[in-house]
Design a protein around this ligand. Sequence first.
Ligand SMILES: [Fe+2]
Length: 160
Amino acid sequence: MSSDINIQRAKDHDNLTETEKKHVPVIEAPSEVIAGEPFDVKVTVGDIPHVMEDDHYIQWIELYLNGDLVGRKELQASEGKAEATFTAVGTEEMISAREIRNCTIHGFGVCGICGTRSAIVNLRAVESCNVHGLWEDSKGIEIISSTTKAGKKCTWGPQL
Ligand SMILES: [Fe+2]
């Protein structure tokens, strides 16, 4: 598990510095998934591919979903590419937990037409460069409940 100490993030995603372009992990994932259905997440370092040389390379990449470690890939310079693909699964519990936690501040959605519930949870990638340290980025991914009309995204009604 990586510590949260000294992890660097992009200061402005629209204006990345050269160092940020080479180190901020790029997360490719569906914007919405169905609870219980595995999905792939590809993490690449970075926007400009980071070098993989013996004295300067990406050592590992980790992926977290909703704060839990999905996987960690150890890398070596000889692999040539700083990327990893993980398989993650959203759960009904992630939606239920969000409902309890956020119902008073409208952070949880129920479709007013079909009743499908969903919650946006955090997908977070962390990587370690042996020269430039730890870098992370994150994005929201919408987990849609499979217990009602699965995946039907329509007009969201009144929030709980
Ligand atoms: Fe680096």
